[in-house]
Write a new protein. Structure first.
Length: 472
């Protein structure tokens, strides 16, 4: 049999690409190396029986707001979003807790003198949201035909450090800094403000929800919709050479660019020799999952109501920690992104127990064990936390590739968020999803619009592949 399309990799982007192709009437096969689908959205019992942990991604502001997920009938296949009362809480060392709520007014009230400026900024973003969504979740950042539109979004391209300077107090600056640090870049680099504002605005518009039962339910819903349309999925089949695939008109790969290059034969490798020019992988992460006997004993009750927590001090401390990581050093006091999904989704744990999820940025490939430093940061805001711990599972940056070869050096984001990644993609060619080899496309988070469980990299790559199929 000759397929219209074969997709390598069953993560959110690969499955989304497969769905789009199947909806267009293409015979499509998905091939996954692991025994289970999911990629960065798997859920597993990492600590104790009955405690379900999200292996990588857990809170999904971009997933809930994804244009492609919104139009797919995923609820039919069991997808349900769980919204904590508060999306995010960020405690400062002076005892103040900054919160990101669904209401702009609620968030603004906690920012003191900066509240009016913050509210106006978010309201402006909300009014411009259709254009922002087109650009930042589109096939490439911006449009040469609409330079004025891009000028209106200049604050998204700026460094977060510049945007933070527009605020007077530490609360607003720290709220933006923590969200911008999700970029895994120093806050003085371009596009970091865009990451921060995008997550804040999405939080007000869609929340930062969890998937009921674990992130696995999202990819399971995508897979069910795909197979109901006649698509096929094969697991436990690792591809090291594209010649191992059955005949097809196009191939889409939800893998890291270097991994795809390794799958080409000698001729294809020569034609893709330009990969890596302007593209590189970023820092890694040290990830922790805890099984707890009871909820985290946060000192401030507002933190108990938040799905996600940013720990590690104010904007200055966050900026310092991210600079250290970029320079190859693990900070003594790390910036920690934590989440407590089971507090709002009891289906994840056996009676009375809780899970806690967290990661911190470290240099690429670092073997350093950050558990003590991370737990010290949690204990700073939750005295007695250590007494609730039943078990802890950790993954160092140096260990991630054994779980998923696409996480090079522990880089879970698919590469540094630079101009090349957001505009051109890792390979030469007119399309950010092309590879220089006819009929072969890249659909991973290394392509625009980049990291996040939103499926849009897969969606846009599938559109490019459909153009190739239709052209014959």
């Amino acid at each position: 049999m000759v397929y219209d399309a074969v997709v390598v990799g069953a993560g959110p982007n690969g499955l989304t690409a497969a769905v789009v192709l199947a909806e267009a009437g293409c015979s499509t096969l998905v091939v996954e190396a692991s025994e289970s689908i999911g990629g960065g959205s798997r859920t597993a019992e990492l600590t104790l029986g009955g405690f379900r942990h999200d292996v990588c991604a857990t809170a999904h502001p971009l997933g809930r707001g994804s244009p492609v997920f919104r139009r797919l009938p995923l609820a039919k296949y069991g997808l349900r979003w769980v919204h904590p009362p508060t999306a995010l809480a960020h405690p400062l060392d002076d005892g103040e807790v900054v919160v990101l709520g669904r209401s702009v007014e609620e968030t603004s009230e906690g920012l003191g003198a900066d509240g009016v400026r913050y509210r106006r900024r978010i309201e402006g973003i909300d009014r411009a949201w259709p254009g922002i969504e087109d650009r930042f979740l589109g096939p490439a950042l911006g449009s040469a035909s609409d330079p004025l539109g891009m000028l209106k979004l200049a604050s998204f391209v700026r460094p977060a450090s510049w945007e933070m300077g527009r605020f007077k107090g530490p609360a607003a600056r720290s709220l933006l800094a923590g969200c911008a640090a999700h970029s895994m870049m120093p806050l003085g680099r371009l596009f970091t403000a865009g990451v921060g504002w995008l997550l804040l605005a999405a939080g007000h518009r869609y929340g930062w929800p969890f998937v009921a039962g674990g992130s696995q339910a999202l990819v399971d819903a995508l897979a069910s919709h795909f197979t109901d349309m006649g698509g096929e999925i094969e697991t436990g089949r690792r591809i090291t050479d594209l010649a191992q695939l059955p005949p097809s008109r196009v191939v889409l790969a939800d893998v890291a660019p270097g991994a795809l290059t390794g799958m080409f034969g000698e001729e294809g490798s020569a034609r893709t020799a330009g990969v890596g020019r302007g593209f590189r992988h970023g820092p890694g992460v040290f990830k922790l999952d805890w099984a707890l006997s009871r909820p985290v004993p946060w000192r401030d009750a507002r933190m108990a109501m938040a799905g996600v927590l940013h720990l590690g001090g104010d904007h200055r401390q966050i900026a310092s920690a991210e600079r250290m990581v970029w320079r190859g050093h693990a900070p003594d006091r790390p910036f920690v992104i934590a989440a407590q999904p089971s507090r709002f989704d009891p289906s994840r744990t056996p009676g009375g127990g809780q899970t806690l999820w967290a990661y911190t940025h470290v240099p690429s490939g670092s073997p350093v064990d950050m558990r003590e430093a991370v737990e010290a940061e949690i204990e700073r805001h939750a005295p007695g936390f250590s007494e609730t711990v039943l078990a802890c599972h950790t993954v160092a940056a140096s260990e991630w590739e054994s779980y998923n070869p696409n996480y090079v050096g522990g880089d879970i984001g698919g590469g540094v968020m630079g101009v090349r990644r957001l505009l051109r993609g890792p390979f030469r060619g007119r399309s950010p999803y092309g590879t220089g080899v006819d009929g072969i496309f890249l659909c991973s988070s290394s392509t625009p619009p980049g990291a996040g469980v939103h499926g849009m990299c897969g969606y846009h790559a599938a559109q490019a592949a459909l153009g190739r199929i239709k052209s014959g």
